[in-house]
Design a protein around this ligand. Structure first.
Ligand code: GLV
Length: 310
């Protein structure tokens, strides 16, 4: 019998209990802080864990993150020899794909313009017809989620390019990588999508220089982490017209303070970190598979390498 400790200050424990026990009826599902004898716990399912909770589980074999990003896990609190696995959930990926398709198409097809015109009862067909095949969308982060986003954009007909830390080949997508690849990558992006993991190497990537490398009037979409972006630089680029629009789901401080200029800026479309969230029903198989892999001495899918940071 697997004893699993659920340690999240955010996720819905009943949903996870139902989804996991549907797959493994014998599972002993314990919810922090009611962990019983914590020495029995061999798997922990965590998101923003209560400080100190994991330290009470000396026999832990695997930690599974409820989110795709593991930056919230406070590495220093992760028991040193316990593998950490990040979430890979088909619905989480699909949600990110939906969000990006919507954000790109909304700007590409001038919906904000037509919404304004409708409010003025004005029949105005606007500017030139958008040429989709000649519109470049760049995706930064070409892993499980970014790869799916890039393929979906290509399917719609955009010219898609990807940027990643190390070379990553995705069929039909022009690849760029590393610090040297950033400027040539950004030079053609009408829409630039950040879906990178937050690591020391990617923190602060979207700064004034980055924004100056995009074509004038480009659209930035950040669904990675707030820490990827210099928020003052985004506001300055929007104010100067260098950046045409920003679709932002993640922020330095969440919830975003009510006085933040992003809320009211006409060049910003803002959502409260909902681009995609893990769904228990579709994420549960990954949790079970990770526990099994570790128990059988195999490498679990989504194993975190702390040296690279994700
Ligand atoms: C959400 O932000 C996640 O990392 O899954």
């Amino acid at each position: 019998v697997t004893v699993l400790g659920f340690v999240s200050t955010w996720d819905r424990a009943p949903d996870w209990k139902a989804a996991l026990t549907a797959l493994e009826p014998g599972l002993d599902f314990r919810i922090d802080p009611e962990l019983g004898d914590a020495r029995q716990i061999e798997a922990a399912l965590v998101w923003k864990p209560r400080p100190g909770a994991l330290a009470t589980m000396p026999n832990l074999k695997v930690i599974v993150s409820l989110g795709a990003g593991v930056d919230s896990l406070r590495r220093e609190e992760m028991p040193a020899d316990v593998p950490v696995v990040r979430m890979i959930d088909p619905q989480l990926t699909r949600g990110m794909v939906e969000y990006v398709l919507y954000a790109v198409l909304r700007q590409h097809r001038y919906f904000p313009f037509f919404e304004d015109k409708q409010r003025a009862s004005a029949w105005d067909q606007g500017g030139p017809v958008p040429d989709t095949a000649r519109t470049t969308v760049g995706v930064m982060g070409i892993g499980v989620i970014g790869g799916a986003i890039a393929r979906a954009l290509r399917e719609v007909g955009f010219a898609v390019r990807g940027w990643s830390r190390t070379p990553h080949a995705v069929e039909g997508i022009e690849g760029f990588h590393g610090a040297d690849g950033l400027a040539p990558f950004l030079a053609e992006c009408r829409h630039a999508v950040c879906v990178l993991p937050l690591t020391p190497a990617t923190r602060g990537l979207i700064d004034a220089r980055f924004l100056s490398l995009l074509p004038k009037g480009a659209h930035l979409i950040n669904i990675g982490r707030g820490g990827h972006a210099d928020e003052a630089a985004i506001l300055a680029a929007l104010d100067s017209g260098r950046l045409g629009h920003a679709t932002l789901d993640v922020f330095h401080q969440e919830p975003l303070p009510a006085e933040h200029r992003f809320w009211r800026h006409p060049g910003v479309t803002l959502t409260p970190h909902v681009a995609s969230l893990t769904l228990a029903r579709t994420g549960a198989p990954h949790v079970i598979a990770a526990v099994r892999a570790v128990r059988e001495g195999r490498r679990p899918d989504g194993l975190v390498d702390w040296a690279r940071g994700y």
